[in-house]
Design a protein around this ligand. Structure first.
Ligand SMILES: *Cc1c(COP(=O)(O)O)cnc(C)c1O
Length: 344
């Protein structure tokens, strides 16, 4: 039986594999502030050709990539439109209002996703000069707070048309886009043609220690270089980290389906547990569930802790499990066993 800790609080907890580390150590590097790190350039070109977009830029975090996109697409006093559960609104420390001076119009969606009709209703008429000018729509795929849910591609296309008709920019927070691509059998190019900009995290399911990318037009990426520097995100010999991203794109994309299968198995085990009242649909690598009201969440977490299994509370009675690269079949077996035998 597994003795080591099984950490399921997030897919960001993974450590680089031996092979990834070896690949990182061999990277050729230069000063990326002078645009002369060949490995960073290679990563940026690799991802932009994958998505069929003109250019890409390497960032230390997904938050900085998203915040840069918001700044690119908006002017102070304007408004961005997103789901009420979106990362840009909830988990980026209020950056949209601080860095870009914009407000957020929140749509009351389902599991972090909204319908194109809901978008139509909240776009402000630019002739009504006293209303904030709507200028950007942000969607998230997969949704984080929504439990790894995947958008319907046709709906994303409808939203693109509404954005085009109303002169709005369209940004995808694709921190876990590769999970959606694998789950839905879609291609990066399908997304590249829908959005004005896309952010991608390398440090989540893909298992790199750090790093995100922003994809957009050549013109936008030129502007984004300045914004990244303004935010303090210009980096020097960062090719070692970009190499991890190259390795991840080559070796850790297809295997995401394993994380999804293990998440599905955990979802099934939770449904059978006497503790659990409800499990949200499991589409990718995130499982969100609720205990029966009369049961103590802390007790459930501490029962798991006894077996060195860690999961996280999302508040409002919701618990979250995330599967990832460092979560093996042997660990899955143990977690299922523990869930099946947990005394109530
Ligand atoms: C993790 C995440 C980000 C970026 O997070 P960082 O920790 O800043 O890299 C952005 N959007 C979503 C949906 C995320 O889950």
């Amino acid at each position: 039986m597994i003795k080591e800790e099984i950490n399921l609080i997030s897919d960001t907890i993974t450590r680089p594999t031996k092979e990834m580390l070896a690949f990182m150590m061999k990277a050729e590097v230069g000063d990326d502030v002078f645009n002369s790190d060949p490995t960073v350039i290679e990563l940026q070109q690799k991802i932009s050709s994958l998505f069929g977009m003109e250019a890409a830029l390497f960032f230390p975090s997904g938050t900085m990539a998203n915040q840069t996109a918001i700044k690119l697409h908006t002017q102070p006093a304007e408004q961005l439109i997103c789901d009420k559960w979106s990362h840009v609104y909830n988990y980026e420390s209020g950056g949209a209002s601080f860095h870009s001076g914009v407000s957020c119009k929140l749509i009351d969606g389902n599991r972090g996703m909204f319908k194109s009709n809901q978008l139509k209703e909240v776009i402000n008429d630019p002739k009504q000069y006293y209303l904030p000018l709507s200028s950007l729509v942000v969607v998230e795929n997969t949704t984080n707070k929504g439990g790894g849910a995947c958008w319907d591609y046709a709906e994303l296309g409808k939203i693109q048309r509404i954005c085009a008709e109303n002169g709005l920019s369209y940004h995808l927070d694709g921190a876990r886009l590769f999970n959606a691509l694998v789950a839905k059998n879609q291609t990066p190019a399908q997304y590249g043609k829908l959005f004005d900009s896309i952010s991608i995290c390398l440090s989540k399911g893909l298992g790199a220690p750090i790093g995100s990318l922003l994809l957009s037009s050549e013109e936008n990426i030129q502007k984004a270089i300045r914004i990244r520097k303004l935010f303090g995100g210009g980096m020097r010999q960062v090719g070692y980290l970009a190499a991890a991203g190259i390795y991840a794109l080559d070796h850790h994309v297809d295997r995401l389906s394993e994380d999804h299968h293990r998440a599905t198995s955990l979802g099934e085990a939770l449904k059978k547990s006497d503790w659990v009242a409800k499990v949200e649909p499991v589409e990718t690598n995130i499982i969100i569930f609720q205990l029966h009201k009369e049961l103590d969440e802390m007790l459930f977490l501490s029962e798991l802790e006894k077996h060195r299994i860690r999961i996280i509370s999302m508040g409002e009675g919701k618990l979250r499990i995330v599967t990832h690269l460092d979560f093996t079949d042997a660990m899955l077996e143990k977690v299922v066993h523990v869930l099946e035998h947990m005394p109530i």
